[in-house]
Design a protein around this ligand. Structure first.
Ligand SMILES: [Zn+2]
Length: 90
């Protein structure tokens, strides 16, 4: 799907599925981005808090995890949105 860090192919090289069927198509990917961020961040934050780490270092560590993982979260949220939309609309 991705031709670079942010750049996407216009369509699938295998099956010609258009990756940009309409303007603003990937706005819906924010829901998957939120879900993925929650899946990644919540265990880190809750785990550190339960281990007795203070609040602000816990927030900083969780932010550090997001600083490392923003790119796969961004890209996979678009992939998941495309699959979700195609599963619903065909
Ligand atoms: Zn394809």
């Amino acid at each position: 799907m991705f031709a670079g860090v942010f750049r996407m192919h216009l369509k699938c090289p295998e099956c010609d599925l258009p990756y940009f069927p309409e303007p603003g198509y990937y706005l819906g990917a924010i829901y998957f981005s939120y879900a993925l961020s929650l899946l990644v961040g919540a265990p880190v934050a809750v785990g550190l808090l339960m281990a007795g780490v203070a609040y602000w270092p816990c927030i900083a560590a969780t932010g550090g995890v997001f600083a490392l993982l923003w790119l796969p979260i961004y890209q996979y949220s678009r992939v998941l949105w495309l699959h979700f939309d195609n599963a619903l609309t065909g």
